[in-house]
Each structure stands twice: as C-alpha cells, then as structure tokens.
Design a protein around this ligand. Sequence first.
Ligand code: GLN
Length: 467
Amino acid sequence: MSAPKTFSEARTALAEGGSVRSATEAALASAEAHKDLNAFLELFPDTALAQAARVDAALTAGTAGPLAGMVISIKDNLCYKGHKVTAASKILEGFTSLYTATALERLLAADAVILGRTNCDEFAMGSSNENSAYGNVKNPVDPTKVPGGSSGGAAASVAAGIVQVALGSDTGGSIRQPASFTGTIGFKPTYGRISRYGLIAFASSFDQIGPFAHTVEDIATVYQVMAGHDPKDSTTSNKPVEPVTLAHPGKLRIGYFREGLERAGMDPEVVAHLQAHIDRLKAEGHIVEPVEVPLIDHQVPTYYILATAEASSNLARFDGIRYGHRSTKAKGVDETYRLSRSEGFGPEVKRRILLGTFVLSAGYYDAYYGQAQRVRRIIRDRTLEACSNYDLLLGPTCPGTAFGHGAVTDPIAMYLQDIFTVQANLAGVPAISLPTGTHSNGLPFGIQLTTAPFAEAKLLAAAKGLF
Ligand code: GLN
C-alpha cells in the first residue's frame, strides 16, 4: 500500500478494509524510501504504531476521533513529550521534550498519528532550510532546488506524499514560502488563534503554528481541531472558532496588491499568472481592485529588527547551564555561557542574536526597536483598513520559484524572499498560499490570500471556491 496523499484517500482506504496501522506502516516506508530528501530528522515508529493501534481499536469500538486515519509530521520546533526536539540546532542536540505542545495534544486527542519530526532552519530562521545544523532538505519537485524555509522538511514531507498534513510554524513566511516552492498549500492562521504553548519561541509576537496539505479540506480539518483558546498561552484569543463550512462564498470584494504586478525583480511568469487570476475573477463578477502593500520597502527591515530583538531575548535561555549543549572546554561560568553558545549556535542564529541585541541596546533602542514598533503599528493599521474594505486580499506568495542549493548567499537577498509574506505576521492576520502556478522551468509557485483577523472560515471558503 502506498501512503495516502490526502485525508479523503486515507478514509477511503479505511472504508475499504484498511487499517490505521497499515497506513502508518506505509507512511514509515515512504519516509524511508525518500530518505535522500532529508525531510525527517527522526521518525517515531514506536509511538506512531502504538497510536495507530489505539485508533484502530477506537474505530472498531465506534469511538474514534475526527482525525482517525490521518498521518502528520511535526516541525522540529514543536514539543512532543518523551521525544527529541532540537529546533535543528546543535545547542539542543539530545534534548527530550518534557511536555506536549497544545496544538499537538489536540491532534493526538482527535486520533491523528504523528510520524516524526521534520528538518527546518535552525530556530526557524531562514528561507531555504540551508541553516539547519542537520543538512539541507531537497525539494521533492526538483532535488537540485531548496524546498524553501524555514519549514522546509514539513513542506517536503507533504509534497513527497509521505504524510497528508505537516505542522510548521510561520514567523515571517515559513509556512507559505515553502508551500509555494513545493506545490503544497500552506496556511498561517490569525496570531493568537492557535496556541503557541510548546512551540520553541523565535519571535513571540509573530510566531504562529499552521498546517501544510494538498487540499483545502485537509487544512480546514486540522485547523479546526487545533484552533481556540488555551489557558497555557495567554496570547490565544477567547473568540469562539467559527465553523469552517467551505461553502462557496459568492461574489466578493477582492483587493489585489499592485506591487505583486509592478515591483522590480518579480518573475514575469508569476506576474502574468497573478494577472490572469485578476482577469478571471473580474470576469466572474467579483469586484477586483488594486490596493497598496503598506510601506512595502519598510516591511522586511521592520520585521528583521523586531523579530531579531525578540529572538535575542527568547534565545537567552540556551545558556549551557540548564539544558542542551554545554561546552566541555569551558572553565567557570562566563566561559560556560560563551563557549556553549559559540559552539551550539550556527552562523545565522548568531547573526540574529547580535542584531537583536544591538537594536535593543541602550543607545540604539529608540532609533531601531522603538521606531520599528511604530512602523509595525502603521503597517498593521493599514492592513486592517484594507481588510475592512475587502473580503480578500490577493497577491503573490513569493517573487519567484525555488532556487538552487547555495544559489542565494547574501543574507539581505535571502531576507527579501519574505517581501510578500511578512505583512501577515506584522499585522497578525491570516494568510494562505495556494499552489496555483507552474512555471515554464517546471517548478510550482503559489498565490497568497489574506483576510481580516479571525476570518479564517471566509478565507478557506474563498480558497476552495474561487481558486
Ligand atoms: N524567512 C523568515 C526568517 O528567516 C521567516 C522565518 C519564519 O517564518 N520562521 O526570519
């Protein structure tokens, strides 16, 4: 049996006499067969098969949860009690989670099987998965290309058909950009919609957990299981989770980002594809009008000032004292901190800790951190205004398609990968990348839909009904 690519295929196999155990075995075999992708840092065969057996028994008893039969991978920054978690960093090598992330707990309670943990950029910092301490991930569509990042292994695990759903995290685009690069759907819900408890923090005011899948139905199914208030994360919202029906949303008001068509450096085929959707949507009777990406040239700098500032604080806990890597060469406390961190963190993480510490330092706080906070507020306000004028905002996910391993070496060029994705994180709004395009170079690419905070039901219905 080959591993089912979607939940509906998995359910069909179950209805035809298959078992969750056989689906899990098929997924484990598929992960082995795709080992060269380096998508998984570790498979969890024992707990996955034990969960599969429990779910099979629940199916027989008629007590199975809504995700019975679904096989999921988790990014290596999500804690799963009793399992290793490293954030793809040497500094956490050998560390075992002491508790389970709330999002994951809810998936397990709904009877999903967790297959293993996926490779990513170290501490989710990157856009190509090349910052992992455990090697690059290959893009299943074309192994000479990167899968995007930071949730590169997650995207690859879905694109290769190993699992039906992958959990990733999105701080500045880390679900949507790899989705665009691998031809999968990637969804970042509203900030505060899914608990971050048990997600290793990168930039706490931006981080959000979200799923990858092949169908909007599968995205909607796992989203609804994970969403909702969690007393363990005070930034989760109390707002009730709107049921997602995926009913056709009818005629909508759609704003498209003109920068997606006009900005220098855009791949002409991505532009033509976006234009074709705009024309089609108009022809179908929707109101489709241009809108501006607010302060587009300030977005990436604002994000990198605030995200690195938060990261420098969040990553201070990795000090070689309490857990994780401790230098064996160190003598005394100061040297233990210094050498453990110097040996444990990779170059991109160090760059960001230095940058974040700098923008928070006494002489520069107002000029950088304070100023970036003010710019973020303007970007957020203007984004919310656009969201109140339109049901849906439409634009590209990325300026182009997946690039080759080692092809982007300049950090600034890499940061510019995030030009269209950071807005949703700066503003806290939900956004989804849909794999609608195929380039003449053979690679997939996505378009991105954004909407108002907590309007996930409308966003997903539009994603299903209009694209
Ligand atoms: N590429 C962005 C960064 O490197 C986004 C990362 C993310 O969303 N985790 O910060």
